[in-house]
Design a protein around this ligand. Structure first.
Ligand code: CTP
Ligand code: MG
Length: 224
């Protein structure tokens, strides 16, 4: 297993003066919580993307932690993934891709995700959506997809290396801005994607209110 942890974003929607991955939650930097959790899976290595300006800071944060390879991220999430994938061997069993902004991912479900990727080629954690979701046009509702078929897609997402490398190769010649990696697998029809039901604690810290929820999760979170 090689794990890629993405932490090269700017955190613009949080509107703070540093990228969100360096914000402390219950006394620990978000990216450190994510990395320490990932280490429980005993990956061969963890490739961590970080903004160019923060490479030194990131190195300092993980001083003495072997297994961590720090890579400068790209302008988009997909570019960051692509740069990290350049360091992944094809003969690796599974590549796991994870948002550093989801520090509370469940270990047990992630193990299932890895196994499913080995068997089927691709897998992701996801949870059933709680809200009713509407399709709109010009701020008017047009239709309602059947909620029973809707999932909120999370990370970790796991892939056979050849499949995800192929996806990012195809993306380079494509005008598409994905927000995750399984969407590429569907777009280029490269594999089936198994859904592993994750859990609702695995929030992506995106808006200021998420930091409040994160404090509570960090304090009450039961290790799995
Ligand atoms: N990410 C990355 N490289 C980028 C953009 C995003 O590695 N060029 C990472 C982020 O650090 C984050 C994950 O991808 O862990 C999911 O992205 P998102 O939640 O959108 O984070 P940001 O891009 O930092 O936030 P925002 O979109 O609000 O600026
Ligand atoms: Mg973003």
């Amino acid at each position: 297993l090689t794990a890629i942890i993405l932490a090269a974003g700017k955190g613009e929607r949080l509107s703070l003066n540093i990228p969100k991955q360096f914000i402390k939650i219950n006394g620990k930097e978000m990216v450190r919580i994510a990395v320490e959790r990932m280490l429980k899976l005993s990956p061969k290595d963890i490739i961590l993307t970080t903004p160019k300006k923060y490479i030194e800071r990131t190195k300092k944060l993980f001083e003495g932690v072997d297994k961590i390879i720090i890579v400068e991220g790209g302008r988009t999430r997909a570019e960051s993934v692509s740069r990290a994938l350049e360091l992944v061997d094809e003969d690796n069993d599974v590549v796991l891709i994870h948002d550093g902004a989801r520090p509370f991912f469940p270990i047990d479900k992630t193990v299932e995700c890895i196994k499913a990727a080995e068997e089927y080629g691709a897998a992701t954690l996801a949870v059933p959506v709680k809200d009713t979701i509407a399709m709109s046009s010009d701020h008017n509702i047009v239709s309602f997809p059947d909620r029973n078929k809707l999932w909120a897609v999370q990370t970790p997402q796991c892939f056979k290396p050849s499949i995800i490398k192929k996806a990012h190769e195809l993306l380079k010649k494509d005008n598409f801005l994905p927000t995750d990696d399984t969407s590429l697998i569907i777009r280029y029809n490269l594999s089936e994607i198994k859904i592993i039901t994750g859990d609702y604690y695995n929030i992506k810290i995106t808006y200021p209110s998420d930091l409040l929820f994160a404090e509570v999760i960090a304090k009450k979170f039961i290790d799995k």
